[in-house]
Ligand binder design. Structure first.
Ligand SMILES: [Zn+2]
Length: 212
């Protein structure tokens, strides 16, 4: 399995392409390209590697993660999956954008809602869903237990955690999601967050000032 990280948009959010080198099947996580050049970088990578995108996955409904949904749906013509509790954020996407002074086309309705313990299968991979509320009500993490990888959205970052001052954010709930759900996996699991560098559960248990 391979992870390609492409930082995009004014919020420097990490768009991830996660794919199986053998079957060439993959998913795109938070394809929030803003500039045409960012869209081209993502499309060129996928075309160049001959990847068949099976799903568009949203870790959550904040604009820096969904502002490219309209483009991604049109370009890859494949289902968008998210958690139902962040649907209000999708429905009020343009207001979210106004708040931050960012304009983008209205995101399409998600095609399917996923829930805790569901799996997303492609190639020889099965991604397990963690529902991790706190940063937003419908936050999701995607776990590959074979590869020991978790795409953690904006819940936990290298030496930081997600903000909880946005719509229905809750610090106690976020800490519960991190400590009791995400950190229930081994210290050697690699975490790919929505912003900044990747890290591991072990490193964050040791070094993250918000989790001591
Ligand atoms: Zn967020």
């Amino acid at each position: 399995m391979k992870v390609e990280t492409i930082p995009v948009n004014p919020f420097e959010m990490n768009c991830y392409i996660y794919y199986d080198e053998k079957s060439k099947e993959g998913v795109i996580i938070d394809p929030a390209a803003y500039l045409d050049s960012e869209k081209e970088t993502i499309s060129n990578f996928i075309t160049g590697e001959n990847i068949k995108i099976k799903y568009i996955l949203n870790t959550h409904g904040h604009i820096d993660h969904i502002l490219g949904n309209h483009w991604a749906k049109e370009t890859f013509n494949t289902p968008i999956l998210m958690h139902k509790d962040d649907l209000p954020l999708i429905e009020h996407a343009l207001e979210q954008g106004q708040m931050f002074g960012v304009l983008f086309p209205d995101p399409p309705a998600p095609d399917k809602f996923v829930e805790e313990s569901d799996t997303i299968d492609f190639g020889s991979t099965s991604l397990k869903i963690i529902h991790a509320p706190g940063h937003s009500p419908g936050g999701l993490c995607f776990v590959d237990e074979k590869e020991k990888i978790i795409f953690v959205g904006d819940n936990v970052f290298k030496e930081s955690i997600g903000r909880t001052d946005l719509w229905e954010g809750d610090m106690d709930v976020l800490l519960d999601s991190i400590n009791n759900k995400i950190f229930s996996y081994g210290d050697d699991y690699v975490l790919y967050p929505g912003h900044y560098d990747s890290t591991t559960i072990g490193e964050e248990k040791k070094n993250n000032p918000f989790l001591q």
